[in-house]
Design a protein around this ligand. Structure first.
Ligand SMILES: O=C1C[C@@](O)(C(=O)O)C[C@@H](O)[C@@H]1O
Length: 166
């Protein structure tokens, strides 16, 4: 398996830094991604980042890891060992993003900047948590750092041979 991971951020996370800063803080998505790249470099792993406000675009991005999705021939797989995803509002609504993650069979870690369990009751349910390897919430943007560290440690532990898994 490649020492390559994918970091996906869902709708409105492009507004991190200015969006409800009392909940999400003042760090921008650009800052998060730059920091994540530095961290991945230091850990010797390749990191791809993706943000979209569109559910279908996120499904396409996930399917690309197995070379599927629109106009894919199957030769264009960009395999990753793990996906770190903050599905944002789609956490509470998206059967299709859940199905895409399960469909490609790539282990994933769910991250939320805020503590969704300390917020509105409808944020307490996630379509992802029961199938995630781990769920991180309420650590602010440090949650992304923790997720990358966790994933890298497990990649290291399990090696890179065939069948390597988180
Ligand atoms: O957009 C988001 C961000 C979020 O996923 C978080 O990172 O805390 C929490 C979600 O409930 C919300 O819709």
């Amino acid at each position: 398996m490649p020492r390559r991971i994918l970091l996906i951020n869902g709708p409105n996370l492009n507004l991190l830094g200015t969006r409800e800063p009392q909940i999400y803080g003042s760090t921008t998505l650009q800052d998060v991604e730059t920091q994540a790249q530095k961290q991945a470099d230091a850990l010797g792993i390749q990191l791809e980042t993706f943000q979209s406000n569109h559910e279908g675009a996120i499904v396409d991005c996930i399917q690309k890891t197995i070379g599927r999705g629109p106009s894919a021939t199957g030769d264009e797989a960009e395999p990753v060992s793990a996906i770190i995803i903050n599905p944002a509002g789609l956490t509470h609504t998206s059967v299709v993003v859940r199905d895409a993650l399960l469909g490609v069979g790539v282990p994933f870690v769910e991250v939320h900047v805020s503590n969704i369990h300390a917020r509105e009751p409808w944020r307490h349910h996630s379509y992802f948590s029961d199938r995630a390897v781990a769920v991180i919430c309420g650590l602010g943007v440090f949650g992304y750092t923790a997720a990358i560290e966790f994933v890298a440690a497990h990649l290291r532990l399990k090696g890179e041979g065939p069948g390597a898994k988180l």
